[in-house]
Each structure stands twice: as C-alpha cells, then as structure tokens.
Design a protein around this ligand. Structure first.
Ligand code: CA
Length: 602
C-alpha cells in the first residue's frame, strides 16, 4: 500500500493519543478500558456536527435540523458534468418495492435500509456487502402505503431502525447482530413503522404509523443502550403521557376540541419522525390526519361552541422537550381537517436573511409555513402549489380561511344516507408535498421543495371503528391538474414566499432533495433520472438514468480527498397504490432496488 511521507508521524501521534486514552481508561476501570478499545463510537457530538463533518453522514437529514445541505463543493456547477458511477449495489430479493431510504456513512461503511424491513452494511470503497439483516415480519402487517423504510440511526456502537410490524431493532454496527428488539405498538391494531429514528442525548426517539386505522399517534423515547422506554407522549388530547414508568401529564384538555369519545381512536400518526433544534433544545414532530377522514363525525363541518372540531393535536407540528416528553408548543396547520392533510411534513430549522431563528415546513395542504423557532408561533404562510381550493388563504393567526363548500359533504345529511356530496379538492390527499424531504441552501437562503400539482374527487361515507380495519369514511380518486406535468421542484424564498424557479416533471415527485455549497440541487424522478440543477436558475446541469424510479434521499460525503454522492433507486411508495388516475398514468414505471454511488471522473 502506498503511503505519503507525511502520514507516518500523524499515525504515531494517533497511537500516542490512543495510548494516553488507554492508560486513562485503565485508571478508571477495566470495563471502561474494554469499551474504548473495541470499536469506534458515534457520539452526541458527532450527531450535533453532522452537517459540518463532511467525512461521514450519521443522521437522517444530513444534520438533525434536516437542512440536507452539504458544505462540500468539489462537485459544483463547473465539474458536475464529470460525475460518473463509482459503484452500484443491488438490494436483491424477489420483492422490489419502493426504496425511500437515506444512506448513512460511518467508519468506511454505508448503511442502507430497504423495502420489507431490511438493512445492508456495504463497504463504502467498493460497494461490496459486509452484512445484511432481514427482519422476520409476521403475517398480517398493515402498512398503508407500500412496504417502505426511510432510514436508520447510529449511536455508540449500534445502528437502529424500525420495522413494518411496529418494532424497533438495535444491531451491532460491525456485525449486524441483534442487540435488542422492542415493540413500539401492536401491528394487529394497524400500527407500523417506517421513519428514520432520531437520537438526542442518548435517547432514541420514534413516532408511529397507522393513521388510516384509527390508531393514536405517539412519540416515544428510549434508552439507546437497553431499548427501555424513558417517556411516551401521545399526541391526541385526552391521552396520558408517561415518564420513567409513571404517568406524567395528559395531552391537551379532555374534550376541549374533540366531541365525545372520538379522541380514543383519533389518529394523528407521527409517521414521518422528527427533527431536533439544538439551539432551543426542542424536538419537532408532525402529526397526521385526525381519524376518521369524514370530518363531520368530528364536528368539523358544523358550527360549534369554541374550538370543538379542531381535533388537537392532529394535523399539527409539536415542539417537545427531549428530556421529559412534555409539549412545549403546538402549531396546527389544518384545524377541522377533512381532506387527509396530514401535518407530518418535516420542520427544518434555519436562520433567515435578517438573522431570525426560524422553522420552515411545506404542508400537505399546499401552504409553505414559516414559524418562530423559539415558540412555534406563526410567522407567514404562502401557497406553493396552484389552484388550492379548500382554503382561500391563511389568516394572520396562521388559521386557514376555509372554503366550506369545498369540504366533502356529510353523508348523514344525504338523501340516501350512504354517500355525502362529492367535491373536487386541490391539492389531492397525497398533498402539495408529501413525505419527500425538501432541502435548504445556506448559499442561496432558499428552500427547494419537491411538490405535486394534483387534485381529487372526494366524498364521505358512514364508518364505524373496528380494530385493525381501515377507518376512513371516505372515498376518493386522484386526478392530474395539467396535461404536461404533475411533479414540480420549486425554489422558494422563505422570506417572501416567492417561487424563484420551478422544474416541471411528468410523473409526481416522490424522492428527497439535497443542496450543496457547490451550487447544486440533487433530486431523482420516478422516471429514474438522478439530476443536478443549478441552485440559482433551476437549469439542469447533469442527469443519470438509474434504471428504476427514484423515491430515495440523496447524500454526499468525502473520502480520500474525493466527494461522493449516493442515492437509492427503486420505484414504489404511495402513488402506485393510491394515485387513482395518476397511478394509471405512471403504471409503465419499472421497480428496482439499487444503491448508486458517484464521484468525479479524473
Ligand atoms: Ca393520512
């Protein structure tokens, strides 16, 4: 092996450092000695510095604020035309389904989760598999929207990911051996798990999925060492939280915004996980639709006393204390929700051009919100998709100005009592933007938002709750708005809400976005193209055909003086399953399952 003359003294210094640590550890205890000697350890500091430390990617979002911005600039507007594959890795198996994951890179290894609750460790130099873990899934799991997984989390000497049967697994980073395996919730009642977990101060924090089954959304924090629960926070009012095995506080105020007993099966799934703002020491989790979809059953369509019908804290963003699970603030994007406008989309912490600490989030309901980072207070909201029909705007308090005649009708008021009045509503229930994460650029100060232009016919039907059965009380058909495109990647100035440019795509966008200091915006399309655009103009500078649709989340890092870019390709997710006329329009797309890694050609 070749070695430059300058490296040897550094290695010697490192060995001396190690020796010093060895002696210090030995003086404390033999146990501590063993722990420091065995393997590399991902620390809280590693997680906190993930954006700046470009030689590794150890968090979902390339930083817990979820900016998805890299300071790397070797691949830039001038050089990106030379970007070529370094290696590709097949996830194998007969069941190729949506690959919505984000790779992690640590200590020479890439960790990637796959459909059907699989996790792969890959040699990051060669693309060769080191080990693979396949969760043994029971019969009868109830994932709503494909058998996807959105990524893992790393801390200490372990890697963690959630499985479709609503369990959380901790594996040894080096071997893939199971360290612990814990139940988040009962899959038979409709719970599942797909999000990347979040780790803060040694606690692993997860949400849950299952909002279409009348489950109750919850955030849980566990000890990463043991998997034991430290606190739980249900997100629907009336439910009790826990801390250290004892009841802590009730969420909200019983029956303040929910009529009768509906809060008991009130939905609000926390299915996309959360972000962490280190400046205010706050977890931010979004919550899904209130259950069932038929809003008239929840008093949303009727004039009521006070706020009954708002259905807190469904369709909201929650600021949560990471130590106790107490709710610090809430902001409800869609009170009286009746269109499946889950409020789960990611909340990104950033500093605006005037130096204010802000959060931004692009909601399913079609509006781009800016919130105050200190208390979650409303700052502004602007539409980011065309022809929004359910609200004419957002008022100065952040509350929608409803078009009540665009709420699907009450079936109990219908002549035959089995189908309420149908409306055509925009956006569709798959959202102006769905789960696919946007990115923020520290270079331009803009957000890059993967959005879709579509609407839906939607109507309500009678429904009663039955455990483990779909709990909607609605029917629907999604339709494109325009002939020539559905997908639309938009550069949005968060200070003005202005759309600076737009990149239109035939198929709906369903993958994540990444920005770099090289002035690039990376994203993939269902047609299989992995693209880099100019962050100032939207001009396409590079594109590569990956062989299957991209619904994954790109990352970049550096190794041996070279910048690498990776994305997972494999078409699937909610669109083919729920997309109505749009699903028919894209039914020619091929499935797959490949990790692609790129670098500059010499
Ligand atoms: Ca939903």
């Amino acid at each position: 092996m070749l070695r430059s003359a300058g490296t040897k003294p550094i290695e010697i210094r490192q060995r001396e450092e190690q020796m010093k640590r060895f002696i210090m550890a030995a003086s404390v205890s033999l146990m501590a000695l063993a722990a420091t000697q065995v393997t590399a350890q991902v620390t809280e500091e590693d997680l906190a510095n993930d954006q700046a430390s470009t030689d590794q990617v150890v968090t979902n979002g390339m930083g817990r604020n979820l900016q998805r911005f890299s300071p790397l600039e070797q691949v830039n507007k001038e050089t990106v035309s030379r970007l070529v594959p370094a290696w590709a890795f097949s996830m194998g198996g007969e069941k190729q389904r949506g690959q919505e994951t984000q790779p992690l890179v640590y200590d020479g290894v890439m960790y990637v989760t796959g459909s059907y609750s699989r996790l792969y460790a890959i040699d990051v130099h060669t693309g060769k598999e080191l080990w693979q873990y396949d969760a043994r899934l029971p019969e009868g799991i109830l994932p709503c929207c494909d058998v996807i997984n959105r990524g893992a989390a790393i801390y200490g000497d372990k890697i963690f990911f959630g499985t479709l049967d609503a369990r959380l697994v901790a594996l040894d980073l080096k071997t893939g051996d199971v360290v612990w395996n814990k139940k988040i919730a009962d899959y038979r009642a409709g719970y599942s798990y797909t999000a990347a977990p979040l780790i803060v101060n040694g606690l692993i924090i997860t949400g849950n999925s299952g909002g279409e089954f009348g489950i109750v959304g919850e955030v849980q924090a566990r000890d990463t060492e043991t998997g034991e629960i430290v606190w739980t926070r249900p997100v629907i009012e009336g439910h009790m939280g826990t801390l250290n095995g004892q009841e802590s506080t009730m969420t909200g105020t019983l029956n303040a915004t929910w009529p009768g007993d509906l809060w008991k099966t009130g939905g609000g799934a926390t299915w996309l996980g959360g972000s962490y703002d280190i400046d205010t020491n706050t977890l931010v989790f979004g919550t899904g639709n209130p259950a069932p979809w038929n809003s008239h059953l929840r008093n949303a369509g009727q004039p009521t006393e006070g706020n009954v019908g708002d259905n807190l804290y469904a369709a909201s963003r929650l600021g949560i204390d990471p130590a106790t699970g107490e709710i610090k603030w809430h902001f409800q994007t869609t009170p009286r929700e009746g269109w499946d406008f889950d409020g789960v989309n990611e909340v990104v912490a950033y500093t605006d051009r005037e130096g204010n600490n802000r959060f931004a989030t692009a909601d399913r309901n079609g509006f781009f919100y800016v919130l105050n980072r200190d208390d979650g207070a409303f700052v502004s909201a602007t539409p980011f998709v065309r022809d929004i029909s359910w609200a004419s705007g957002i008022d100065e308090n952040g509350r929608p100005i409803y078009n009540e005649d665009n709420r699907p009708g009450d079936p109990s008021a219908a002549a035959n009592g089995d189908k309420g009045e149908m409306v055509f509503a925009v956006p569709s229930f798959l959202g102006g933007k769905n789960w696919m994460p946007m990115a923020y650029s520290q270079n331009t100060g803009n957000f890059y938002v993967p959005s879709n232009e579509w609407g839906m016919d939607i109507w309500n039907e009678p429904v009663t709750y039955r455990e483990g059965a779909a709990y909607l009380g609605s029917g629907f058909t999604i339709k494109p708005l325009f002939e020539d495109y559905i997908g639309s990647l938009k550069a949005i100035d968060p200070d003005s809400g202005e759309i600076k440019w737009e990149y239109k795509n035939d198929a709906p966008l369903w993958g994540g976005v990444m920005t770099t200091a090289g002035g690039l915006v990376f994203f993939g399309t269902p047609e299989g193209e992995f693209k880099a655009l100019d962050d100032e103009t939207g001009e396409e500078l590079w594109s590569f055909q990956t062989g299957s649709g991209i619904v994954g989340q790109p990352v970049t890092w550096e190794m041996d003086g070279q910048q690498y870019v990776s994305v997972v390709s494999g078409w699937g997710g909610a669109v083919p399953l729920w997309g109505g006329e749009v699903a028919n329009r894209v039914n020619y797309l091929n499935q797959g399952g490949m990790v692609w890694t790129f670098k500059l050609a010499n």
